[in-house]
Design a protein around this ligand. Structure first.
Ligand code: V47
Length: 380
């Protein structure tokens, strides 16, 4: 039983209590400033607990961005560089493998790999990054390349997306991250990233990945020029694909960070906006098992609070994150396992270490860098 009092929320509350799907209009009402955040949060928490009980997940992970040189000039991005820019870099195979070694020594179960689209690097370079890491460290799960990179590989090779994904699977790809989705609606997408994969390409790449047995994540970049209508439209498009494939594991709402970007006149979204977006996402995405509060981007306090507003996952300990730190994130570079577990327990949740595919990770009591995979977590 929940205690929403606002009359305008009554029909939404009834739908949520009866596990019924919310409409575009419901989503817009949930985003309305006049709709009390506390009540939206309470509804989202009901769904969160129905799906994931009291569990809050995290993993031990690291990031790898092999290059920041990028042909695209997305207005929201502070990470990209031109070839001749003094910030521009490309990692060598030795540097990439050293990152793999470091990850394994630190007990990481996952490496999250994304980067710029470097016009002087061929398709084989991108596939080989996955191959050399997988050959050297076969237990490290490689969550690599977004739908935007895959679309770039299509352009480079003229191969169908299915063949590209199969090449990557053969090289050792474990899953795909959710980046590059931004906002699907063309009114916004054409203004913030007009050249890169459009909504149908991004969605079709994930559809194909799911059909090949690859699980993927999905994201939404909010707090820039988009309006609530564009956000709800975005969530509904993700929900429709999930109805079709059931291949998304986690949704991550990404708050825009303006520093050093072409949109630096826009203010960063408030904590209230972050929590509302978390809660609305949980309520609209009734078929996606997990909602992640990415602490790097939200800040630790808001991410912890989000565990009561629909989120059931904090991402991981994270090492070597660049995309948000280049755009002004003031969060630390890494959280210790003790810190992340404490954040979760203090929020009244049960911390559970998971691997990328949401199976429990069982650590060796004498040597925390050694682990094995346990059973899959259950989600209603
Ligand atoms: O697609 C880029 C966003 C994304 C900025 O799958 C920015 O588990 C805010 O997708 N301000 C990449 N956002 C990060 C990403 C991600 C992160 C954590 C976990 C997972 C996962 C995926 O970051 C980009 C873009 O939407 N981004 N620049 C910026 N200035």
């Amino acid at each position: 039983m929940i205690h929403t009092v606002s009359p305008q929320l009554k029909s939404i509350r009834d739908k949520v209590e009866h596990n019924e799907r919310l409409s575009m209009d419901d989503g817009l009402l949930l985003y309305d400033d006049q709709t009390p955040l506390q009540e939206v949060g309470e509804l989202a928490n009901l769904v969160r607990e129905r799906k994931n009980g009291n569990a809050a997940y995290y993993n031990i992970n690291t990031h790898l961005n092999p290059t920041n040189v990028c042909v695209y000039r997305c207005t929201f991005c502070a990470f990209r560089a031109d070839l001749r820019d003094e910030r521009g870099y490309v990692m060598s195979d030795e540097q990439i493998l050293a990152r793999g070694r470091e990850a394994v020594d630190n007990g990481c179960t996952e490496m999250h790999i994304v980067g710029g689209l470097h016009h002087q690097k061929d398709y084989a370079w991108y596939v080989d990054i996955v191959r050399i890491l997988h050959d050297a460290y076969p237990d490290l799960h490689l969550k690599a390349w977004t739908g935007v990179e895959i679309n770039w590989f299509e352009f480079l090779t003229k191969k169908p997306v299915r063949e590209i994904l199969q090449d990557l699977i053969d090289a050792g790809l474990g899953s795909m991250p959710g980046g590059g989705a931004e906002i699907f609606h063309p009114e916004v997408r054409d203004k913030i990233c007009e050249h890169k994969a459009d909504a149908s390409h991004w969605l079709n790449t994930h559809r194909t990945a799911h059909s090949l047995g690859i699980r993927t994540n999905c994201t939404m970049l909010y707090g820039h020029i988009e309006k609530p209508l564009h956000r709800i439209d975005h969530l509904i498009r993700l929900r429709e694909l999930q109805d079709e494939t059931n291949g998304f594991q986690t949704f991550i709402p990404l708050a825009f960070h303006p520093e050093n970007t072409g949109l630096d006149h826009i203010k960063k979204p408030s904590a209230i906006m972050d929590l509302r977006t978390m809660a609305v996402s949980r309520l609209m995405l009734d078929n996606i098992p997990h909602i992640k509060a990415y602490w790097i981007m939200l800040g630790i306090g808001t991410a912890q609070t989000a565990l009561a507003y629909g989120a059931d996952d904090l991402d991981g300990t994270v090492r070597h994150e660049l995309i948000y730190h280049d755009a002004g994130a003031t969060t630390p570079q890494v959280l210790s396992v003790e810190d992340i577990r404490h954040l979760i327990s203090e929020a009244g949740r049960e911390p559970i270490e998971r691997d990328t595919l949401y199976r429990r990770v069982l650590r060796d009591a004498d040597d925390q860098s050694r682990w094995q995979i346990g059973e899959a977590v259950t989600t209603a």
